[in-house]
Design a protein around this ligand. Structure first.
Ligand code: GRF
Length: 203
């Protein structure tokens, strides 16, 4: 099974996936990493792991449609079974989403449907929530609104800062994203009838 990962920055989630792959635990192979930022550190991580690393800067395209068209072409060249967004900081066009619907997943730093969008940790803290976390979801045309596959929660401490909360959630992201990817590749998690379906035996 073939995986393409899209990133924009540090790529710590990408690293978690690479680590699993190197232990033969991912259930597939990351065949390419594509970044819309040429200087993304995640591209270096890919290169170091011997994975095809592609910079596709969005600034070189006139419109979102033109960029996503180019992105579709590069992705399809790698014939992926699954396209994984790992800190890819761009809103995707409906055409892109439709093209990969059901095999396109994202990780978001909140317990969806709470805190869609940006600055999730600061907003959760400002609301004084007791629990926060992260979610892996299928990508649909609704931003951060697609069906959730897997979530992990963390407790918010009394003296929690935005940074400490972010760090805690990040650690959980690195745990659940490889699991979600593996289950998708194995067909245990599927996008069916507009929702996420779990077909495997419970853990
Ligand atoms: C993560 O917080 C993820 O939830 C969000 O973007 C961030 C990416 O971090 N979608 P990294 O590049 O994987 O370190």
């Amino acid at each position: 099974r073939r995986v393409v990962v899209l990133i924009s920055g540090n790529g710590s989630n990408l690293q978690a996936l690479i680590d699993e792959q190197q232990h033969d635990r991912l259930g597939g192979e990351i065949v390419a990493v594509i970044s819309n930022q040429a200087d993304a550190y995640g591209l270096k991580r890919a290169q170091e792991a011997g994975i095809d690393a592609v910079a596709l800067p969005h600034r070189e395209y006139d419109s979102r449609e033109a960029y996503d068209g180019a992105l579709i072409k590069v992705i399809e060249r790698h014939e992926p079974d699954l396209v994984v967004l790992a800190g890819f900081m761009r809103i995707l066009t409906p055409r892109f989403v439709q093209r990969f619907l059901g095999r396109l997943i994202n990780i978001h730093p909140s317990l969806l449907p709470a805190y869609q969008g940006l600055h999730t940790h600061a907003r959760a803290l400002a609301d004084g929530v007791a629990e926060h976390g992260c979610s892996v979801h299928f990508v649909t045309e609704e931003l951060d609104g697609g069906p959730v596959l897997l979530q992990a929660a963390v407790e918010v401490a009394e003296d929690e800062s935005e940074d400490s909360l972010k760090e805690k959630v990040h650690a959980r992201e690195h745990l659940i994203y490889p699991i979600a990817v593996k289950w998708c590749l194995e067909g245990r998690l599927q996008f069916r009838d507009g929702g996420a379906r779990f077909d495997g035996t419970p853990l």
